[in-house]
Design a protein around this ligand. Structure first.
Ligand code: KG4
Ligand code: ZN
Length: 347
């Protein structure tokens, strides 16, 4: 089965073509980073207009690069939530149009299912059941993944997502949007143990996350540091960045390892934009290898938002005979544990 996957949930217009649920024939992403950079975050109104401009060329390029025509497609998978409503609508209505005109089955996909299953685009894959941490600009959640379409949420952020914390700290530093990559680069020359920023483990058994207190701490520290730069004992911005990053990384690792212990599974997957972070990968791989736990990360282009991961999720839904109804709407909030929505069996 050859599936076209489309994602316009936030600020990337993306389309990918995947064969057999594993083999990427193309993966095209039009990033809106430059557009949103001066605003220090995604401006929803600008994002949806930009998707409108780019959805057709992005899908056309994805098909061209894959060397397939519309008539070769066995299905179209599109993200219907969670995300920005105006952005999601562009992808969904374009996909509906293609599905209707070319008479190709449509699958409605949860963006988070796409992130969880993005690991299937890699050579080495975990076996069910496993624990997945999806960690991005919009989400920080832990799941017990028992099989395709079977996801139980074990924890989630009660305030900011981890990527959002990176983005907000970059804004505090005056480094623009998005913050993950710039903070990681800055932190490379910094001392991670110089400032003891808080680590919000919450209650002893909690698998939830909280990053807003950390962000406030970094903000207060940075304000003070700017005023007293001369007497601060040699602390530089890179030290603040490294100490902040260490706090996020420590909490993520603690919780993911706790979740896998609780479920007694030997493999964990870390996906989403923040999973690109090299410090996170290094420290988690160290923590996991000492306990004989396998850690799987998709390559960076499959960690950040992309159409290929949506095609993977679509492949498994269509294989089960699920079809999205053409009256399908989008959802800004959409827990992945709810399974499919408004789906009907194939005739
Ligand atoms: O998955 P993604 O592309 O979009 C969402 O679904 O949110 O993730 C984007 C997020 C941004 O917040 C960005 O700052 C963060 O992932 N990010 C990183 C890194 N690369 C991207 N955070 C930390 N370190 C990175 N290297
Ligand atoms: Zn995402």
């Amino acid at each position: 089965m050859i599936i076209l996957g489309i994602d316009t949930s936030c600020d990337d217009t993306s389309a990918g073509v995947v064969a057999g649920g594993r083999q990427v024939l193309s993966n095209v992403v039009h990033s809106q980073v430059k557009l949103h950079h001066p605003h220090g975050g995604v401006v929803p109104e600008l994002a949806s207009r930009e998707h409108l401009k780019n959805i057709m060329p992005v899908v056309r390029t994805a098909l061209q690069k894959a060397g397939v025509r519309m008539s070769d497609l066995d299905g179209i998978a599109v993200t219907v939530g969670p995300g920005l409503v105006g952005s999601l609508l562009v992808g969904l209505y374009y996909a509906k149009g293609l599905s209707y005109v070319h008479d190709i089955p449509l699958a409605a996909i949860n963006h988070l299912e796409g992130h969880i299953l993005s690991i299937l685009l890699e050579e080495e894959v975990p076996s069910f059941p496993f624990v997945a941490l999806t960690v991005s600009g919009g989400h920080t959640s832990l799941y017990h993944v028992k099989g395709y379409g079977s996801y139980t949420q074990m924890g989630q952020t009660i305030d900011d997502a981890a990527g959002e914390a990176f983005d907000k700290v970059a804004k505090i530093f005056g480094l623009g949007y998005p913050g993950g990559v710039v903070i990681e680069e800055l932190a490379r020359d910094g001392r991670s143990d110089i400032i003891k920023f808080p680590r919000a483990y919450l209650s002893k058994d909690s698998l939830d996350f909280s990053f807003s207190g950390l962000k406030t701490s970094v903000s207060l520290y940075t304000k003070k540091w700017r005023k007293t730069e001369m007497e601060n004992g040699g602390v530089v911005l890179a030290d603040i960045a490294a100490s902040f990053q260490e706090s996020v990384v420590d909490v993520l690792i603690h919780k993911v390892m706790k979740a896998r212990e609780e479920k007694g599974v030997e493999e964990v997957v870390v996906a989403g934009g923040v999973a690109c972070n090299k410090r996170l990968r290094l420290k988690l791989s160290e923590a996991a290898s000492s306990k004989d736990v396998g850690v799987y990360y998709p390559r960076p282009e499959y960690c950040t938002d992309n159409g290929a991961m949506i095609a993977v999720a679509g492949y498994h839904r269509l294989l089960k005979g699920e079809r999205a109804d053409l009256s399908m709407d989008v959802r800004s909030k959409y827990p992945v544990s709810e399974g499919g929505l408004k789906l009907r069996d194939a005739k």
